[in-house]
Design a protein around this ligand. Structure first.
Ligand code: ZN
Ligand code: ZN
Length: 600
């Protein structure tokens, strides 16, 4: 007998009443502030029935609401129907409207409960400021523990080493670089909770969450050694010995708070308030000095070394071969569809593209859930086809495919839109405008240190010119066999900060789009590497090297909308793609490549 959502909410409300709690806030978060959560921390999903990855649930005695951004409105409306939970619409995830709701609907003296162990310190401060002004008290309490009987255990997948040659910098060298940064901040200790920072720093990987090759842990460093807090049995004896050789001891996952509480009074602890939770911050004794700054590893790992960049270039050839084989299969299959009564759906796309990548050496897993959206479904930037809801690919239209792979030598993320049948003039215009935006950013040269949000307008300008805009950022940082979304740089309309400066070696996506709700969507995405350009009396300049190797569908382009420089860029790009991929291909895939990289 399964529990229904109203039954779960009733149990929570009974518990809240017993504890004198007026409202309870459940974010989509875990102790590591990860994008993808292990099932143990998917409490918001369990309690609300909403499966979207981002959303905030608030429950009071007589109200329950889920704050979700525009990506999830359609899905949330379907999933929340009959649950007694209201959908509270926000435009973007950055809008903290639930805080305003709390301030307006709770009274002075009321208690709001939230699990401080899954709340970033910076978010907790924003919450406290808002509540304090309204006289509301914040209590850190994991209410789910009391009402969630079949909660999943912590993930127990084994941890493994990311080895040379792919791990191009040794663990000892990375630890030394982080300790240099600690010394610059006068810090004797440094505490990390973010899983990609820990995986990068220790050259370790895992599979505790989908798509990101990371493992659940915390890390405490001092001037010469450190302790990795990780679940029992995840690190075998041989690996523990290799970590010990670099001064890293292994301790139980639950001991992180104890170790923070035990820091000596004269310690100076460096931590990142956006990457450590309130619960861990509160474990630190008052007489320990805390230095708050961005994790040094976040800055260091964003700048790929030349050896890493070379592995990524090689990986892009593998990914490009997989894509050529996939697209060659797809074109043949679509053309045969009516004859053989075979139906290709959005789900088939995911299966085939993943199978093509899985045949490549070094492939580990997809880097995120494939987005394959035909026509109207392509207009939903975060659409995901499911067994229950997906479209067949038939008739005329545009098919948008956003997919990526994790390889030992790098992480890929690529979007292509291809014509099925005959694209319309309006579809070609949208496609070409997006291409112009993508080319504009690809060709940009800018002073080293330019704040990445400032580049966002370069890709949008050709689209704005026609009175069109799109609701997501142009680009995100990409890890090296790590998270497909990483900071600190972000080519988006976010508030520029000093840590977002563009530096040599950064890999960032370039993915403008145009979305026509109910009709079609266009997005074209390549990954770009920051490389040195002019250096003169005006300073050091950077430009982009395009890493992604896959044709852009010529059938969707309106050539009259491209100027000579844009046409030249496209022809150069296609020549480069052909030169890199052709030696690795034969048969129909090679014929497909030749056909789709011809000069415009
Ligand atoms: Zn993508
Ligand atoms: Zn992307």
């Amino acid at each position: 007998m399964t529990h229904t959502i109203p039954t779960r909410l009733a149990a929570l409300r009974r518990h809240m009443q017993q504890q004198g709690i007026a409202a309870c806030l459940i974010p989509s978060s875990d102790p590591h502030l990860s994008e993808y959560l292990p099932p143990h921390w998917q409490g918001r999903r369990w309690l609300s029935g909403f499966h979207g990855s981002v959303g905030t649930l608030i429950v009071t005695a007589d109200f329950a609401g889920l704050w979700a951004d525009s990506r999830y409105w359609v899905q949330a409306e379907q999933e929340l129907a009959g649950s007694g939970i209201a959908l509270m619409k926000i435009q973007t995830v950055a809008q903290p409207l639930h805080l305003d709701w709390l301030a307006a609907n709770l009274g002075a003296g009321d208690v709001l409960a939230v699990d401080g162990d899954v709340l970033a310190l910076a978010s907790a401060r924003a919450l406290q400021d808002k509540l304090l002004a309204a006289g509301i008290t914040l209590r850190s309490d994991d209410l789910l523990q009391a009402v969630w009987p079949d909660r999943s255990p912590l993930p127990g997948q084994p941890v493994y080493e990311h080895l040379p040659p792919y791990a191009a910098t040794s663990r000892a060298d990375k630890l030394a670089a982080v300790r240099d940064a600690m010394r610059q901040h006068g810090a004797s200790h440094h505490f990390l909770s973010t899983l990609d920072d820990i995986a990068w720093l220790l050259n370790l990987r895992g599979s505790d969450v989908s798509y990101n090759p990371v493992f659940v842990s915390h890390l405490l460093l001092d001037g010469s050694g450190g302790t990795l807090f990780v679940g029992d049995g995840k690190i075998d004896t041989a690996l523990a010995q290799r970590l010990a050789a670099d001064g890293i001891a292994v301790a139980a996952y639950g001991q992180a708070k104890v170790a923070l509480a035990a820091l000596a009074a004269d310690s100076r602890l460096l931590l990142d308030p956006r990457r450590v939770t309130l619960g861990l911050r509160e474990a630190i004794a008052a007489n320990v000095a805390v230095v708050e700054t961005i994790n040094p590893s976040t800055l260091l790992k964003s700048r790929k070394s030349e050896a890493e960049a070379q592995h990524v270039r090689d990986t892009m050839v593998q990914d490009g071969v997989a894509l050529a084989e996939f697209f060659a299969w797809f074109e043949g299959a679509v053309n045969r569809e009516t004859i053989t009564e075979l139906t290709i759906t959005e789900l088939t796309i995911d299966e085939q593209i993943t199978a093509a990548r899985a045949r490549r050496p070094g492939f580990v897993s997809p880097s995120f859930a494939t987005i394959a959206g035909f026509n109207a479904n392509g207009a939903l930037p975060h659409y995901r086809a499911t067994a229950a809801h997906h479209a067949a690919i038939e008739g005329d239209g545009l098919l948008l495919i956003d997919s990526g792979g994790q390889y030992l030598g790098g992480t890929t993320d690529i979007t292509r839109v291809v014509a099925v049948g005959q694209p319309s003039a309006e579809q070609k215009r949208d496609f070409t405008l997006v291409l112009k935006g993508m080319i504009a950013l690809s060709r940009a040269q800018f002073p080293q240190g330019t704040l990445s949000p400032m580049l966002d307008a370069l890709a949008r300008a050709p689209i704005w010119q026609h009175g069109i805009d799109f609701g997501h950022g142009v680009g995100h940082g990409v890890g090296y066999f790590l998270n497909v979304h990483e900071g600190p740089q972000s080519i988006s309309r976010s508030q520029p900060e000093a840590t977002m400066a563009m530096q040599p070696g950064m890999i960032t996506s370039n993915e403008p789009g145009i979305y026509r709700p109910g009709q079609w969507g266009v997005r074209i995405e390549n990954l770009l590497l920051n490389v040195a350009a002019d250096s003169n009396a005006f300073g050091d300049f950077l430009k982009f090297e395009t890493l992604t190797l896959c044709p852009i569908d010529l059938r969707c382009i309106e050539p009259a909308l491209l100027n000579q420089e844009e046409t030249d860029w496209l022809n150069d790009y296609h020549r480069h793609v052909r030169e890199r991929l052709a030696p690795q291909l034969d048969g129909v895939a090679l014929a497909w490549l030749q056909q789709h990289t011809r000069a415009l």
